[in-house]
Design a protein around this ligand. Sequence first.
Ligand SMILES: O=P(O)(O)OC[C@H]1O[C@](O)(COP(=O)(O)O)[C@@H](O)[C@@H]1O
Ligand SMILES: [Mn+2]
Length: 643
Amino acid sequence: MDSQFLDLLAQKYDTEEKVITEIINLEAISNLPKGTEHFVSDLHGEFQAFQHVLRNGSGTVKEKIRALFGEVWTDQEINDFAALVYYPEEKIRLVKGDLCNKQALKRWYRQTIEHMLKLISYASSKYTRSKLRKALPEQFVYIVEELLYKTDSTNNKDPYYEEIYRQVISLGLADKLIIGLAYTTQRLVVDHLHVVGDIYDRGPDPDKIMDTLINYHSVDIQWGNHDVLWIGAYAGSLVCLANIIRICARYDNLNIIEDAYGINLRPLLNLAEKYYDDNPAFRPKLQQGHTVSEQEILQITKIHQAIAMIQFKLEIPIIKRRPYFNMSERLLLEQIDYENNEIKIRGKIYPLENTCFITVNPQQPEQLLEEEQQVLEKLLFSVQHSEKLARHMNFLMKKGSLYLKYNGNLLIHGCIPLDEEGNMEAMRIEDKTYSGRQLLDVFEYYLRYAFAHPEETDDLATDMVWYIWTGECSSLFGKREMTTFERYFIQDKETHKERKNPYYYLREHEEICRKILLEFGLNPDHGHIINGHTPVREIRGENPVKANGKMVVIDGGFSKAYQSTTGIAGYTLLYNSFGMQLVAHQKFNSREDVLCNGTDVLSVKRLVDKEVERKLVRETNVGEKLQQKISNLKNLLEYRYMK
Ligand SMILES: O=P(O)(O)OC[C@H]1O[C@](O)(COP(=O)(O)O)[C@@H](O)[C@@H]1O
Ligand SMILES: [Mn+2]
């Protein structure tokens, strides 16, 4: 072992006792049950519903309350206490409104603090004291520990403990303490969160989700195709930029761009006002309960057309300079007969409707108007100079990856591109061919390169980010073509279909999943593939657990826009020391509903896999790191202290 490294280590562990204590500590931690992993996906800007799932730990909080108090409490009491743990600030306000005299409130405080402490003690039973300490509200660590670790069997200290309660309440600290303890509980029930892609697009508050994730104690992200689109825009891809604005316009979410990220849309609006009019194909999909004036709808409709046309133009030069993207069929503006308003797709002629080609030069359809060019420059400048977007995109890069191997499982938003025979599908990039894990690694390499070079807007890396959004071999898109143009302008629904990669039917088979796990160096006997991306249609009897349990698909649709197809409001997955459980969530109405009526999103759990023996930290990714550390410390012991 490198003596320099050991000398460095010796600075921290500068006595034999310190080394030995740390070894004992790490060995002991390795023998604790593994922490709970929580998997969510396809959040699509639905901050409220996501927050609820996060705060209730996909039902884990209530499960713990029920286990502790279920025999003595009514359902109503359980619901009330659960609501307090989820939304402590609001619930305390409601309780105070209900309890009219001070004495009653004091009694409530006294009982509630005790109940919270019981819950915390139960929820932290598989963690070290040090880990619990880190999760406690900082200003109350001392008193909470006193109350938690009461060891006095003689009752000599009872008055002492009572006095702590009394002081907290009379000094007016009870609210703060209860709120702090509620958040501690939320934090304890989930050790680590995986977001399996698609934080952005369709719903109203992706920025709030990002802020929540940034403040979360332990998280990783597997990028979704929509997240990559936002990364692409920030990294300088104009076509990705056009796409994010188009999608925001389509879902009546332009305030994400303008208000949340402070990107000035005025130049685009001016252009849109000049060239476009009302158009039924471009009217925004309105959010439920969101009232928008006719004038605003008209404005959005115009912006939607302006940016969609810019997008279609921008696609052309990329397709032409990257022949191996194999997208020549997507040169649609070149297939249009502008006089007869028709288009030829795969040899068939279709009439066009709701067209808005006023800025297109039929001889050179990729040509941008001078004004369009200027608008794009201003938008890109604005995007790349939004402080908040920079913070969010940097976090996505830091915590994110295209796929993740974690505790023996493979987490990926979309798919592993396969051919019909189930072989890893190959893609040529420049003069090399890649497939399987190598292909995904190359995609990720380009994406990181593009992000590191935001000043380059048409190099291969930047184009590749757009390919990951929409290309036929992309592991995040997983379809053969994106038929956006057809859905706007062609009636015939046949043209709207997007053929899926064979992966999506082959993943039903256990052998295929085993093969993929092997390709990624994982043990197929123990590993699972965890996917998001495609809504599981429970209504039609689709099972999210496939391939004899090797494959779990957790996109049930937080996205409101998709709930009618799925019939539920999303799946999440829990993986604790006893095994893996899938949780199906019912539609989330509102936080008020939880607070006032005690209604919680009904969650139904289904066992995916059961551990034969309780899984310990030692057998996890974290455990591996601990073992490495132990081995370093043992080397230090020998090198420094046992000569
Ligand atoms: O529902 P919309 O807004 O028309 O978007 C449809 C587009 O979204 C996609 O489904 C991709 O989004 P998802 O990752 O959410 O599936 C494309 O395949 C499709 O073209
Ligand atoms: Mn997706």
